[in-house]
Design a protein around this ligand. Structure first.
Ligand code: 5GP
Length: 116
């Protein structure tokens, strides 16, 4: 069994978070340390540590991340100007929390894709 992270506690509402959306498959909440005017994390309720652990069984939940991202972008008023969706994996990807999450960032021009 993969080890739970703080995100499991957020899903179960055992610790506070600014949850903007939740259903049977996914939860979305504002990042505690926003890197842009809008920075929301969208995660599957099922604990999947990294992209390397994804299986075909996860396709519906992970597809939901995109439909929810589009819905939240609309709600946040950033859909038309655009935004960026980011999923980090392991050390080189800069992943810090080992519960797959999609970053939805926007609300301002985001510049080049990779800081190099
Ligand atoms: P990663 O680097 O793993 O892709 O991103 C992890 C993200 O989770 C970071 O942007 C970090 O600010 C956010 N984060 C870590 N702990 C918490 C928390 O307890 N609450 C919230 N809302 N965000 C968190």
């Amino acid at each position: 069994m993969p080890q739970e992270t703080i995100f499991s506690k957020i899903i179960r509402k055992e610790i506070p978070a600014d949850i903007v959306y939740q259903d049977d498959l996914v939860t979305a909440f504002r990042d505690i340390s926003p890197q842009a005017n809008t920075h929301i994390l969208i995660i599957p309720n099922k604990l999947i540590p990294t992209v390397n652990d994804v299986t075909t069984e996860d396709e519906i939940a992970l597809g939901r991340l995109f439909t929810v991202a589009a819905k939240i972008a609309e709600q946040e008023g950033i859909a038309e100007d655009g935004y960026r969706l980011i999923v980090n994996c392991n050390k080189h990807g800069g992943q810090e929390v080992f519960h797959i999450h999609m970053h939805l960032v926007g609300g301002e021009p985001l510049g080049r894709m990779l800081a190099k």
